[in-house]
Design a protein around this ligand. Structure first.
Ligand code: WT7
Length: 667
């Protein structure tokens, strides 16, 4: 795609509804008014060092104070230089001499068995979690894992995933969590890139009643060779195996050890390692839409401060809250808002092992009512699935405990926003649409529920210390209501510190596109009130007959039609227009895919957005190809739309059969 005209993105979707916070809610919130938000925000931008020093001092526990708040030499930021602290100490030990010690830190619900037997339930108080983490930290040490070493965590959504992460943090080892749905090849690639010494895995994990053979995948990963015949995973010395699914596995003597056996051989005392503010905390691989995965590096103090503060203010965390972020710990959302953010705040984090529609499509609502969940944080793709399954499922359950809802991962179409607000939130819960990235570590653009009025589809305003702007090719701010590239002008504490082992690529991808600024890769516009509307990845912005159109906007228009469940729009090269719009559409249950519906939908988009956005092709499909984190794989759809064969990496695809079915759809 020709990126030179991105600044003229035609942002056509106009949403007028505004939802101000209720008085009652504002009164009880951490940040109580727009004026209070604006005052703090402007201080955070005007005097960032003063602002961040105060936050770091009040929010975190330090072994040794820092000497310099920020040392910034583009593209390398160092925050709280000279300070010493430990993330697991800040998430656990600090609570032990407070009333929080005996509060639930983690509530875990297992997936129901295939025979309908209810899932297990395990609860860890802060004291119990601390004990487990200390023990496992000692196991890691006993097996030779040292400060600075990397460990791969390849586990299902079980409490031990959080325990393993915190244990690594405790001894100063760097974890790299690999999502349990990834293949042996992905595991091997990540081991090779990170040069990890250890893999922490399980015999198997449960997913919709089936067993995912994690240990077998690890065994296979350890045999995979690169093009030159070298083992990719030669750096691995130990594999620690959690017993979870009881499936049959092989254990290699001297290399593989059972978690439960090792834990019994160590003592329960473990002093947290005193880590530098800038010591690496974790590497998380993100595939992006193209190319080889990038190992996004996060460090200790800045990351922790970012997740602690956003957790507190964005979710307006209360002492008694049960907070449920539905993301897997394999994604950054799981790192920041299942584990580190909630625990650093002494919160109660709910963790669920399974899928939203197993054994039935009301699993989430069952869990909300069972644990009286107060804050639910999930993804638009899940919300659209709930809409598709129908209102009867949530209606069966008591959702009155919910007081706040959140979304993350992609632009939420206003239709889904309103549904979430009305059906799940009972019209009383504000929605925080949070924009951020693996790279940003923590939430960046977001409503604060007691202070910032929301508009469906907008992530609203920047969080403290974040200075986003919408700019053109030259890096100049575009006028309000015009589209452009989303840039972040200043470094912020939880920003990535690099791509593991590839400083050049780090500089090129993030710090070269827009002079002096961080380039997010997203397109956006700011409305007259300064609200940010994320249009989607720049790669997903199309040039149709001279108009730049965000595919997300066309999708949103399609989904606003009652018959449509989900839509993905991609470009196909077109001699006349540059690009033509191809829409892949799944219909609500019971709606027949008739030819006449194509015309109806094309006209619907034309009516909603304008004739420029009218899709040239509409293809009906049973399902869309998605990554396991729920992102639609547009790269594949583009290839299908262009009539070509599927090339490139498909290992992140949730369901391979979708592809064959899509390629076969008749025109
Ligand atoms: C990309 C980052 C951040 C955790 C999950 C995804 C898109 C994310 C929003 C939002 C519009 C959003 C952006 C961003 N995105 N949140 N609220 N509104 N778009 O992490 O895989 O690193 O993806 O997700 O395009 O750049 P990720």
């Amino acid at each position: 795609m020709d990126k030179s005209k991105v600044a003229n993105i035609t942002s056509v979707l106009q949403e007028q509804r505004v939802f101000p916070p209720t008085k009652e809610l504002s009164r009880q919130a951490h940040i109580k008014s727009l004026a209070e938000y604006r005052a703090l925000y402007s201080e955070s931008i005007r005097s960032p060092e003063r602002f961040w020093a105060r936050q770091a001092k009040t929010e975190l526990v330090w072994f040794k104070p820092w000497s310099k708040v920020l040392q910034w030499k583009l593209p390398i930021a160092k925050w709280f230089v000279g300070g010493k602290l430990n993330v697991s100490h800040n998430c656990l030990d600090r609570h032990l001499d407070t009333p929080i010690a005996n509060k639930a830190a983690l509530i875990w619900e297992g997936e129901p068995a295939a025979d309908g037997k209810p899932g297990e339930e395990r609860v860890f108080t802060y004291r119990q979690l601390h004990r487990e983490v200390c023990r496992f930290a000692n196991v890691l040490k006993k097996h030779g894992l040292q400060k600075g070493d990397r460990a791969i965590i390849y586990l299902p959504m079980v409490p031990e995933a959080a325990i393993a992460m915190l244990a690594c943090a405790r001894i100063g080892a760097v974890h790299s969590v690999v999502f349990g749905g990834f293949s042996a090849q992905s595991v091997a690639d990540r081991i090779a890139d990170s040069q990890a010494r250890m893999v922490i895995t399980a015999d198997g994990g449960f997913r919709r009643g089936a067993v995912v053979p994690l240990k077998r995948n690890v065994d296979e990963a350890l045999t995979i060779k690169d093009a030159n015949g070298h083992l990719l995973a030669k750096s691995i010395e130990r594999v620690i195996v959690l017993r979870r699914a009881q499936n049959e596995i092989q254990m290699e003597t001297g290399r593989d050890f059972w978690w439960h056996e090792e834990i019994g051989k160590v003592d329960a005392a473990s002093a947290p390692e005193k880590m530098d503010s800038e010591a690496p905390l974790f590497i998380l691989y993100t595939s992006g839409s193209t190319g080889k995965p990038k190992g996004i590096l996060h460090t200790t103090a800045g990351y922790l401060l970012g997740v602690k503060l956003t957790m507190k203010y964005v979710f307006d965390l209360k002492e008694t809250d049960v907070f449920w972020c539905t993301a897997d710990v394999g994604w950054v959302t799981g790192h920041s808002y299942v584990v580190y953010g909630p625990l650093a705040n002494g919160g109660t984090s709910l963790m669920y092992e399974g899928a939203p529609n197993w054994p039935e499509p009301d699993r989430f609502w069952h869990i909300v009512s069972k644990y009286r969940v107060n804050v639910l944080y999930t993804a638009p793709t899940a919300i659209r699935a709930f809409m598709k399954w129908g209102v009867d499922w949530p209606k069966r359950h008591d959702l009155s405990s919910l007081r706040l809802l959140g979304t993350v991962g992609e632009p939420i179409n206003p239709e889904a926003w309103i549904w979430y607000h009305e059906i799940i939130g009972g019209k009383r819960c504000p929605i925080v649409d949070t924009w951020w990235q693996t790279e940003t570590g923590a939430i960046m653009i977001t409503p604060l529920p007691g202070a910032i009025p929301t508009k469906p589809g907008s992530a609203t305003l920047p969080f403290f210390g974040v200075l986003p702007e919408v700019v053109d090719e030259a890096g100049v701010v575009v006028p309000r209501n015009s589209g452009g590239k989303l840039a972040i002008r200043k470094p912020w504490p939880s920003m990535l510190r690099g791509i593991w082992g590839d400083p050049q690529r780090y500089k090129e991808i993030y710090w070269s596109e827009i002079k002096g600024s961080y380039f997010t890769g997203d397109g956006a516009r700011q409305d007259k009130d300064g609200y940010f509307w994320i249009v989607g990845r720049i790669d997903d912005v199309l040039n149709v007959a001279g108009h730049r159109i965000g595919t997300a906007e066309v999708e949103s228009a399609l989904v606003s039609n009652q018959k449509v469940a989900e839509a993905a729009v991609v470009g196909r090269p077109d001699d006349l227009k540059g690009q033509a719009l191809v829409a892949f559409v799944t219909l609500k249950t019971g709606v027949p895919a008739e030819a006449s519906l194509r015309e109806e939908l094309r006209n619907h988009v034309s009516k909603e957005i304008g004739p420029v956005a009218k899709p040239d092709d509409i293809r009906f499909a049973e399902a869309l190809p998605k990554t396991r984190s729920g992102k639609i794989m547009r790269r594949l759809l583009k290839q299908i739309a262009a009539g070509g064969e599927i090339k490139g990496d498909t290992t992140t695809l949730e369901d391979f059969s979708v592809l064959a079915r899509l390629s076969a759809v008749e025109e």
